[in-house]
Write a protein that binds this ligand. Structure first.
Ligand code: SF4
Length: 364
């Protein structure tokens, strides 16, 4: 993978004392650092440019986060939720997948930002976990950014992994499409950290997942993490239907289970391509040659467009069959899918979000 490098680091004055600034300075010796009193001027300038999101990815803004770091994952209306919390240590992503929902979600906040006040983040998480010791928290950092793509520069994993390793009632998922795992390999996750990869066949990566690691690079990174003591997760999401998809996805599933030890896989998720009308408009502008705009999709109750219900069920059943032939016991769930689809694929649907969350904890 060609590791991302920003063209410039924009630093909000007052953030220079923290570990993130020091790590950026050390790891980006040849990149200009510009200090600003108020990042708003940079943000307004970005907002008025052509393709603010694409431009925003080229520079890295180090700023203080105002507000809460930890939030409950919003899920999707009418879909079975898995009771997940998210920590936002950064916003936007240096990679550029054509289908990325952040293009719409961050349309009015497109800068690639990393937050300096990591100590506040850890304190907030510690308070929340200590207040509710009877609840088990599953937490991810990859909701509005990639969990690891910036790690070679900011070293966030070196703070968050040891923190979660000591929490009695929480574990962490680091979700990525990169192979930036070097910082993880010398840490001891103490069974409290799952490193997971969104996986697609190389054909889809080449066409739609720009600047990400290749399939084999992701798989090698997963293998290295497993050897270093981490549990693994795989997200087959978004699954894309095209002529020949079955062969590509079947080979991909077989290859993954041939390389990693299925007994160290905490979970596998499946989800088909999802769009909104607005995201489609943005994709058409930013990625005119994408092939993802031509297939038929229907509008679902949560406002997202997906393949027709029978096609989704058929895709999931095939995927599940390939996964089960490689590993009959691995925990598999659906991401943002309705109860009806769950029932047709698995023969049941979790009775409530807590049940799915608990199943994942006990699978782990
Ligand atoms: S890796 Fe994830 S967050 Fe980054 S552009 Fe792709 S879909 Fe978006």
């Amino acid at each position: 993978m060609r590791v991302y490098q920003p063209q410039e680091v924009i630093v909000e004055v007052g953030t220079e004392q923290g570990s993130v600034f020091k790590n950026l300075k050390r790891s980006l010796p040849n990149i200009p650092f510009t200090f600003v009193e108020d990042p708003q001027s940079y943000l307004s300038q970005l907002q008025s440019s052509e393709d603010p999101l694409g431009k925003g990815k080229k520079r890295l803004l180090l700023t203080r986060h105002r507000g809460e770091f930890l939030k409950k994952c919003p899920g999707s209306d009418g879909a079975v939720c898995c009771n997940y919390f998210v920590i936002n240590f950064a916003s936007n992503c240096p990679m550029d997948c054509s289908y990325c929902y952040l293009q719409d979600y961050l349309a009015h906040n497109p800068a690639l930002k990393v937050f300096s006040n990591v100590e506040d983040l850890l304190e907030e998480a510690h308070k929340l976990f200590s207040r509710q010791r009877r609840f088990f928290f599953r937490v991810g950092t990859g909701e509005i950014t990639d969990s690891l793509a910036l790690d070679p520069y900011i070293g966030f994993s070196e703070q968050i992994v040891p923190f979660f390793a000591e929490q009695p009632n929480a574990f962490l998922e680091l979700k990525t499409k990169s192979d930036c795992v070097e910082n993880l390999l010398h840490l001891d996750p103490k069974e409290k950290v799952v490193v997971s990869w969104s996986m697609n066949p190389q054909r889809v990566i080449d066409q739609e997942e720009h600047l990400t690691a290749s399939f084999e690079e992701r798989l090698l990174a997963a293998y290295r993490c497993q050897q270093a003591g981490y549990k693994l997760g795989f997200h087959f999401d978004p699954i894309i239907e095209y002529s020949g998809w079955e062969e590509d996805y079947r080979e991909m599933v077989e290859r993954i289970f041939a390389v990693v030890d299925y007994r160290r896989i905490a979970w596998v998720s499946m989800g088909v391509l999802r769009n909104t009308p607005n995201l489609k408009r943005i994709m058409r502008q930013r990625f005119p040659s994408t092939r993802l705009l031509s297939g038929e999709q229907v509008l679902c109750p949560d406002g997202k467009m997906r393949y027709f219900h029978p096609l989704r069920v058929s895709i999931y059943r095939k995927m599940l069959q390939w996964i089960r032939s490689a590993s009959p016991t691995v925990f598999v769930y659906l991401c943002m899918e309705s109860r009806e689809v769950w029932e047709q694929v698995f023969g049941f649907s979790p009775s409530c979000e807590k049940e799915l969350g608990n199943r994942m904890v006990s699978a782990d």
